[in-house]
Design a protein around this ligand. Structure first.
Ligand SMILES: *[C@@H]1O[C@H](CO)[C@@H](O)[C@H](O)[C@H]1NC(C)=O
Ligand SMILES: *[C@@H]1O[C@H](CO)[C@@H](O)[C@H](O)[C@H]1NC(C)=O
Ligand SMILES: *[C@@H]1O[C@H](CO)[C@@H](O)[C@H](O)[C@H]1NC(C)=O
Ligand SMILES: *[C@@H]1O[C@H](CO)[C@@H](O)[C@H](O)[C@H]1NC(C)=O
Ligand SMILES: *[C@@H]1O[C@H](CO)[C@@H](O)[C@H](O)[C@H]1NC(C)=O
Ligand SMILES: *[C@@H]1O[C@H](CO)[C@@H](O)[C@H](O)[C@H]1NC(C)=O
Ligand SMILES: *[C@@H]1O[C@H](CO)[C@@H](O)[C@H](O)[C@H]1NC(C)=O
Ligand SMILES: *[C@@H]1O[C@H](CO)[C@@H](O)[C@H](O)[C@H]1NC(C)=O
Ligand SMILES: *[C@@H]1O[C@H](CO)[C@@H](O)[C@H](O)[C@H]1NC(C)=O
Ligand SMILES: *[C@@H]1O[C@H](CO)[C@@H](O)[C@H](O)[C@H]1NC(C)=O
Ligand SMILES: *[C@@H]1O[C@H](CO)[C@@H](O)[C@H](O)[C@H]1NC(C)=O
Ligand SMILES: *[C@@H]1O[C@H](CO)[C@@H](O)[C@H](O)[C@H]1NC(C)=O
Length: 563
């Protein structure tokens, strides 16, 4: 069903054969019994061009799958861990192949039966395909076990990587195929294409949605990545970790995502850009930080590396199932990113830490094997050398992000003491000392509301933009929660948000993978950065901040009406 709908979308969009996912999974293009040729079916094949001396297999499929990211349509990176089809060979290879968009080559390969093509009444229209030329210096296959076994690839004149419905040459699904000259060595023997000859290595893949980067809303809620002790020896989970004790972070090092804020990542459908919005609350005191971070997909020629924080045995290279070649990588847009502490202190982001890009995928959060992301960002603290903070979170597709906006204007009357109210709410510690009596709560619900504890979806349906009657804060249940306080609501409204483009057809997006320049044996060689997770001395809070207040009021709201 899924494949069919993707196909229909692909077919119905003129000139575009992109699937519906922001990041595409690549799988071997299997032979279609009606339209396909008689040979092939693997993701990568040397077509028996290697000779018999070399210890490199003829055919490869992916360990799990590969990943293809298209950056605004102009750049394409294919990564995957390749597994030899011949089971008597065991050497896996890390593949990274980088491409830039080009015009149609002189030889557009049409390998399907002729009745597959539109000219003969078939479903495949090569005029809708896109074409990409390989970037040889950023394309490489490296053995995971023998760092001297390497295959490089270069352009085969007259052809290009062709992408679209039926472009894989094996079936009529969305996919890609390409023919490349190669130079291969197993460390002892070598084999290579003859320039201008037909000895090539072929890539034939299907592209489409899968269980990983498949989120039609392009919006994911984020939450602290808990520790899976079978995969890591690291102790202590937090959503945000500050590497050194920093006054910029109010001397706090460990933060969870805040309750009561919208904690999401969203993917821009046309550029592939990633936008992370989240509140973070210190595990030690009342400090909160609101972050608004923007990232761009890694470019095909970028040098960056994965950060492998789990045990070596967790990764494919160490016998595990986590495959960094299936992750997506993004570089921070420093000028478009910032965090703000509750007292107004601005935290200036300066760039990616040590060339480690944001990594997103299964096991990418560095704490467990869930689908999640992690990122290391440099920021400014004049008192510290090379300060940075980490974010490690699970990401869960929010299938039904709301587009409603909620307004709640309210006034607090004396005595301004939230402690009593807050102590009745689960897991919130708030001290109150505000200089202003009046607050406006503007709450844009972008995320699955279950992430906003303790509000549940059934409760929030009361507050959508078609509901005009919001219960008053002065209900009897409020007074029981605020026996020493007086909170009167001045006005409560909700309005609709204009930003609701998430149902439009998404474009496929950004690139991934370990750097092509990393040494042979690329994945095992990637340095693991040790985080020293010493808890900071607690620092007592003095001022209540707006986001805490938001939590308090939201919570009070819930307490008042839904208990
Ligand atoms: C599989 O690899 C082994 C060892 O290189 C080789 O002897 C055998 O012929 C290969 N089988 C096929 C089907 O290629
Ligand atoms: C960075 O973010 C700013 C603010 O959103 C935006 O104006 C700018 O275009 C972004 N830069 C890139 C390269 O995306
Ligand atoms: C929200 O998340 C919860 C828990 O993850 C899930 O059960 C529920 O189906 C989600 N709701 C929507 C509308 O996606
Ligand atoms: C809520 O307060 C904000 C800021 O004071 C104001 O701009 C807005 O009009 C108010 N909304 C309502 C419905 O009173
Ligand atoms: C607020 O109330 C709590 C308990 O009700 C009390 O312990 C605390 O001293 C009060 N704080 C202020 C600033 O009045
Ligand atoms: C709230 O404060 C009490 C006393 O300071 C502390 O024991 C408790 O752990 C705090 N709870 C949270 C969620 O911070
Ligand atoms: C709070 O709102 C009330 C009623 O609108 C107004 O009289 C009062 O001056 C406001 N207080 C502050 C500090 O803005
Ligand atoms: C909006 O709220 C009203 C009243 O609670 C409810 O009947 C309606 O189904 C809700 N609509 C949506 C789209 O949630
Ligand atoms: C709350 O305020 C109302 C009117 O402003 C007053 O009548 C009532 O006594 C106050 N309650 C408390 C607990 O202070
Ligand atoms: C509610 O929001 C939706 C989506 O933004 C909009 O189409 C609809 O007109 C709004 N309804 C009302 C009553 O404002
Ligand atoms: C990481 O820390 C552990 C424990 O302190 C240490 O054994 C290991 O050598 C460190 N690894 C690196 C790469 O520094
Ligand atoms: C709160 O404000 C009162 C009066 O303005 C002041 O005496 C008290 O020290 C403040 N408390 C804190 C924790 O800042």
């Amino acid at each position: 069903m899924r494949v069919l709908s993707v196909l229909l979308v692909a077919l119905s969009v003129a000139g575009s054969a992109y699937s519906q996912c922001s990041v595409n999974d690549a799988t071997p293009a299997q032979i279609d019994s009606t339209y396909g040729p008689t040979t092939g079916g693997n993701a990568l094949t040397f077509n028996d061009n290697l000779g018999s001396n070399i210890q490199i297999a003829n055919n490869y499929d992916f360990v799990s799958n590969g990943v293809v990211q298209l950056n605004g349509g102009n750049n394409l990176v294919l990564t995957g861990t390749l597994n030899p089809v011949n089971s008597s060979l065991t050497d896996k290879f890390s593949l990274r192949a980088a491409f830039v968009k080009s015009g149609a080559p002189s030889d557009v390969k049409q390998e399907l039966n002729s009745n597959a093509y539109k000219a003969n009444g078939g479903p495949v229209d090569p005029s809708t395909w896109s074409f990409y030329q390989i970037i040889p210096e950023k394309t490489k296959m490296v053995s995971l076990t023998n760092p001297n076994a390497v295959v490089t690839m270069s352009e085969n004149p007259s052809t290009a990587l062709q992408l679209g419905v039926g472009a894989n040459g094996k079936n009529i699904q969305n996919g890609a195929s390409g023919w490349f000259q190669f130079q291969a060595t197993d460390g002892t023997n070598t084999a290579q294409s003859n320039p201008g000859g037909m000895e090539v290595v072929d890539i034939n893949i299907n592209l489409g949605c899968s269980s990983t980067f498949d989120c039609q809303s392009n919006t994911y809620s984020i939450s602290k990545a808990s520790i899976d002790s079978t995969l890591t020896d690291t102790q202590g989970a937090q959503a945000l970790y500050v590497d050194q004790v920093s006054s910029v972070f109010n001397n706090q090092q460990k933060f969870d995502t805040s309750a009561g804020t919208v904690n999401t990542i969203s993917i821009d459908q046309t550029t592939g850009n990633l936008h992370l919005t989240s509140g973070f609350t210190s595990l030690g005191d009342q400090t909160t930080v609101q972050c608004d971070l923007r990232f761009n997909p890694a470019l095909p020629n970028a040098d960056y590396m994965a950060k492998l924080e789990l045990k070596n045995s967790a990764y494919v290279s160490g016998g595990g199932s986590i495959d960094p070649n299936t992750w997506a990588y993004y570089t921070v847009n420093a000028s478009g990113s910032s965090c703000t502490r509750n007292d107004g202190t601005a935290i200036t982001i300066t760039g990616d830490h040590d060339n480690m890009y944001l990594q997103w995928g299964k096991g990418a959060n560095g704490k467990n094997g869930n689908f999640g992301l992690s990122v290391w960002l440099n920021y400014v603290d004049a008192a510290l050398t090379n300060p940075f903070f980490d974010i490690n979170v699970d990401t869960v597709c929010d299938n039904n992000p709301s587009t409603s906006m909620f307004y709640l204007n309210f006034t607090i009357s004396s005595p301004k003491n939230f402690t009593t109210i807050i102590n009745t709410l689960s897991s919130l510690n708030i001290t109150q000392n505000s200089t202003s009596d009046n607050y406006t709560l503007t709450y844009i619900q972008q995320s699955n509301i279950t992430s906003l504890n303790p509000i549940s979806p059934s409760q929030t349906s009361l507050h959508n933009n078609t509901s005009t009657s919001i219960p008053s804060l002065s209900s009897s249940k409020t007074s029981s929660a605020s026996s020493q306080n007086n909170i009167s609501s001045s006005s409560q409204h909700n309005i609709s948000s204009s930003s609701s483009s998430s149902k439009d057809l998404p474009e496929t997006s950004p690139p991934t993978a370990p750097p092509a320049t990393c040494p042979p044996g690329c994945i095992p060689a990637i340095p693991v950065v040790n985080t020293t997770e010493t808890p900071a001395a607690g620092n007592s809070a003095s001022n209540i901040e707006m986001s805490k207040l938001v939590v308090a009021i939201l919570s009070l709201f819930v307490l008042a009406f839904f208990h």
